[in-house]
Design a protein around this ligand. Structure first.
Ligand code: 48H
Ligand code: FE2
Length: 254
């Protein structure tokens, strides 16, 4: 067989166009491919929901790749160790209760689990707005290629319809800010000081539906709630992603 460049091109265009067209309507759109977003997407997909994860950067993983100050290790506390185990991420116990994992392995295995469960990843796409109609719910996302945004080009976006949106955009809580800026009844208190114990113990409670149809998880949940930050301990991110998946799945079932 002689390899044909145009067949290679056609294979890429045809299959990706088919997937993108199929995912114009989905159950849950997770915005942000950091640890909380990937965990949420993986668990929702394991639950049989049609999930798309939209990430504006080239790579999935968000702030987990870099570990702590570019040392590619993360720490996970006892309460979230079962999620490391669930996703097959190896860890060692440094001191009682402090489990250390390699950040590259953690991102890779979370991502692989989400893919295996059937979540679709859309990288290099930025969410620039949300759809809210007469029922007052977030019912879709307005998306564009990240390079369009980066180049400052005036190119109009496309729209995705979904039953639920999860804001997993990290420190910036980008989607929640978009909604708040439109005058919605949503206050973003902004992230607090570093205090790992407090930040990690409260993040799951801050993981909630902040506006009809919009759930918030991970660092974005603490940013909306005015809660502290925690540094490179990632158990809260995994637990928050898990909590968001459970809340969204329950809401979509009812
Ligand atoms: C598409 C977008 C958009 C957009 C942003 O920052 P993340 O890793 O988020 P979390 O909450 O899963 O994890 C937080 C963790 O990495 C962290 O920073 C911790 C624990 N910090 C503690 C501390 O004290 O500093 O990932 C968010 C992702 C990124 O990949 C963004 O590129 C992406 O969201 N994103 N994707 N459209 N509009 N905005
Ligand atoms: Fe961070």
């Amino acid at each position: 067989m002689e390899l044909d460049e145009v067949t290679i091109s056609r294979a890429i265009l045809a299959t990706q166009m088919e997937t993108m067209t199929e995912y114009l309507e989905l159950d849950v759109a997770v915005v942000g491919g950091g640890p909380s977003g990937i965990t949420c997407a993986a668990l929702l997909a394991e639950n049989g929901l049609k999930v798309g994860l939209i990430e504006k950067k080239l790579s999935i993983g968000g702030g987990m790749w870099g570990g702590g100050m570019m040392f590619p290790r993360i720490v996970v506390q006892d309460g979230a160790k079962r999620l490391l185990d669930h996703f097959g991420i190896a860890s060692t116990e440094f001191e009682p209760g402090y489990h250390v994992a390699k950040s590259v392995e953690a991102v890779s295995k979370l991502t692989a689990a989400a893919c295996t469960a059937g979540a679709e990843f859309f990288n290099l796409i930025a969410v620039e707005d949300v759809v809210v109609k007469g029922d007052g719910r977030v019912s879709g996302l307005v998306v564009n290629w990240s390079p369009v945004e980066m180049a400052g080009l005036h190119v109009d976006p496309l729209t995705i319809r979904c039953r639920a949106v999860v804001d997993a955009t990290g420190h910036d809580a980008t989607i929640s800010h978009m909604v708040a800026r439109k005058g919605a009844d949503l206050t973003i208190k902004g992230e607090g000081y570093m205090w790992a114990e407090r930040a990690e113990s409260r993040i799951v409670d801050h993981t909630r539906e902040v506006f009809p149809g919009l759930w918030v998880c991970g660092m974005a949940a603490n940013a909306v709630a005015g809660e502290c930050r925690m540094g490179p301990i990632f158990g809260g991110m995994l637990l928050s992603g898990e909590r968001a998946a459970a809340l969204v799945a329950a809401a979509l079932r009812s």
